[in-house]
Design a protein around this ligand. Sequence first.
Ligand SMILES: [Zn+2]
Length: 214
Amino acid sequence: MVDSKPLFEHNSLKTSFVVFVLYCFSGLELYSDESKLNAKQTKVLKESFSYLETLEPKRIKIDKPTYNRLTQFESIFKFAFSGKKLSRWIQSRINKYSYGSTGEFIAMYQDGDVLLGRAFFSLNRLDRVLVLLHEARHADGKNYGHVVCPENFQFLNPRDWKIHPAGKKGCDSVPDGSYGITAAFLFELGAYGYLNQTEAAHRFNSEISRVIRD
Ligand SMILES: [Zn+2]
């Protein structure tokens, strides 16, 4: 195997050249390890929307005065609660989905594109819908960008306990930002009996904890 070393050197030079050429032509995409969703990931994404589209208003399971006092959905979205309409609302705001490293986040929004991290695909369908709804709100401009959570923020991140929101840009200062709209959606799921009241309330409280009013 006397020629193994020169062969290796030759190959690595060739590889470096190919990587360099790819880098030049693909710009940031290679750098940030983004890729198209594979067939399995596309299926998971489609299933998330199909699930959302099954959530339609039926008979309200809580008393009407309580519903009327607490519902926020229609005043935020300008249409009555409907999973189908909400699915279109999300899809009209997100042009492209890709897969890649999202660091401390489950997903990231930039210029109409959503980058989904590995964790997204192991969430249950409701959590996936909440993530998509959250990211879609970012399409509505910088008014809906996050603000830094207080240093003494003590609530857990329900989807990943390793992520500590304190002192990070993971809160909202407006009531109808990404966290306010997911809370409004969860309220409807509780009101229409798609979630029991205990789960709906826990989930609602968790989202609303990120809305900081001062
Ligand atoms: Zn966000």
